[in-house]
Design a protein around this ligand. Sequence first.
Ligand code: PHE
Length: 341
Amino acid sequence: MLQQLEDLYKNALDEIGAITEKEALQAWETKYIGRKGKVTLLVRAVGQLPREERAEFGKRANAVKDELTAAYTRREELIRQRELAKSLEEGEIDVTLPGRPIPVGGLHPANQTLREIYAIWADMGFQVFRTREVEDDETNFELLNIPQHHPARDLWDTFHTTTPGVILRTHTSPGQIHAMRHFAPGPIRVILPGMCFRYEQISARKEIQFNQVEGLAVGTHIRLSDLKGTITAFAHRMFGADRKVRFRGSYFPFTEPSLEVDVECILCNGKGCSVCKGTGWLEIAGCGMVHPTVLRNGGYDPATHSGFAFGMGPERITMLKHGITDIRYFWGNDLRFLEQF
Ligand code: PHE
């Protein structure tokens, strides 16, 4: 039996050395060391040997089985390596292909404009002051010199909440009150950016939510010429150094006098086009000198203090810069739009 074992061992080793395929290797395993393999069966037959030969045979049989198992594992690995090399050569995997790109997001176009606006005002000493989007009626209207039932309220169609007196702010101007009460009686130079909400029929020019950037400067010697100079400096940084700027008289309850700011149309350079509706001018902001009543409500004495304020719409400015024709694109969440910026 020992001789039989040695013969099997030799044959098995000879055979495995010639195997190059997985299937053949599997067949070899079944034939020799599988559950009903020749070596396995022979090892099991150890009981038929005379008692004194059993130990020696058993020892050798185990060694043979171990070595054949090891030979199997080595061959299996070899075949695997060869198959890999072969498939690489045949081009099933091209390791030189570039990786799949990981899609990266970008800044929303409205935020890009906001950041541009922040940077320009920061250079002029205006810091960002954030205030709430959910406001009370008093701060959004009354303290800004717009009493209940005043017809000027019609300028802002308001979203009301189920709590009486609590609304979504219709403009960033209530931030003026928060800023003044925070800084009074000291000087102020802030911008107040953020979302505003209006209950309006939405159209290509109107959305129910949009950003505004409010500006406020309060001090002891602030005059209308400061307002005009500061806004003009901003417009030149934002739209180009030789862009013409003009101011028109207007009305807001919280500023006196009130003005509207136009820049020369950036698309047609003032010649007149569909975006500026043939006028050659684009309206970019409302502004004015802070009304004495508003100063008082903020904690300043209008006899000693004065200030200017302005409000502009970054989405509108973005539309003008890129010739975007519909404001609803901004919150429509359409990647075909957003990916262009
Ligand atoms: N709050 C005004 C609006 O929403 C804009 C404005 C701000 C006007 C500050 C004057 C001063 O239209």
